[in-house]
Design a protein around this ligand. Structure first.
Ligand code: C5P
Length: 236
């Protein structure tokens, strides 16, 4: 049975951010956006009002989802904060941690600095932490953690440091799973401990994550009652 999320407003961020160095070069990462898009699609199928803030990705907009395209972390922050208030925020985007302090307005010449080049970088705003600590805080704030080592410890650290309700952790660097892949293996960390969502297609893991989101909201008295009339997801 698929539980309904009708009546809930859910904001999802997905994909990478690109931080411009000059008009032709940028700092990016390997996020495909597939996990966040799968979550947005599944939430819309369950009747939620979904706003998807998407970094630069090559994915079609899921049915019933409202989409805002952004490029940089600063733009993503602006779009996410403008989308509030919401009942749930799911930060699935791989936001760049650093951005060039002074992006060049003209293409940088490789001859200008000799054999080496130093980039002056500054931290980007932590969108997830800002959403979780502001006055219009969604009832449920969910973050992601992609790690190559010490998964549980890092996830618990982020849960605490960013003041979020759930951290969805995945091990990256595993062949066929994580960044760019269609499959993933996820564990959710929250105040109660950890819940393994298992491994499988991102479309299926998105459904399991939304079941947890629904259960958590219901416990807090904020979720619609289960609605057995919603058809199950079509498998990708
Ligand atoms: O600290 P780290 O980047 O590993 O945390 C990952 C989580 O924080 C993800 O949910 C990501 O969307 C969010 N994040 C953010 N803004 C940043 C960095 C990360 O919202 N500048």
């Amino acid at each position: 049975m698929t539980v309904s999320l009708g009546g809930l407003r859910i904001v999802v961020s997905a994909g990478p951010t690109f931080e411009d160095i000059d008009p032709v070069r940028f700092i990016g990462n390997r996020s495909s956006g597939k996990m966040g898009f799968a979550i947005a699609a599944a939430a819309a199928r369950r009747g939620a009002d979904v706003l998807l803030v998407a970094g630069p990705v090559a994915l079609p907009t899921p049915g019933g989802v409202q989409r805002v395209d952004v490029r940089s972390a600063a733009q993503m922050r602006e779009a996410v904060l403008a989308a509030l208030p919401a009942d749930v925020y799911i930060g699935a985007a791989a936001v760049a941690d650093f951005t060039p302090r002074f992006p060049a307005t003209h293409k940088l010449k490789k001859s200008a600095g000799g054999d080496a080049m130093l980039l002056d970088l500054v931290r980007t705003p932590d969108i997830l932490a800002q959403v979780a600590t502001q006055a219009r805080r969604p009832r449920l704030v969910v973050g992601f953690a992609a790690e190559t080592q010490d998964l549980a410890r890092s996830a618990r650290g982020k849960l605490h440091d960013k003041r979020v309700d759930m951290i969805v952790a995945n091990q990256v660097g595993v062949a066929g799973s994580g960044f760019e892949a269609d499959d993933n293996a996820l564990t959710v960390f929250d105040a109660d401990g950890s819940h393994a969502l298992g491994a499988g297609p991102k479309t299926q893991l998105a459904e399991r994550l939304l079941d947890l989101v629904h259960a958590r909201l219901q416990r807090a008295g904020a979720a619609p009652a289960p609605n057995p009339t919603i058809p199950g997801p079509t498998q990708a």
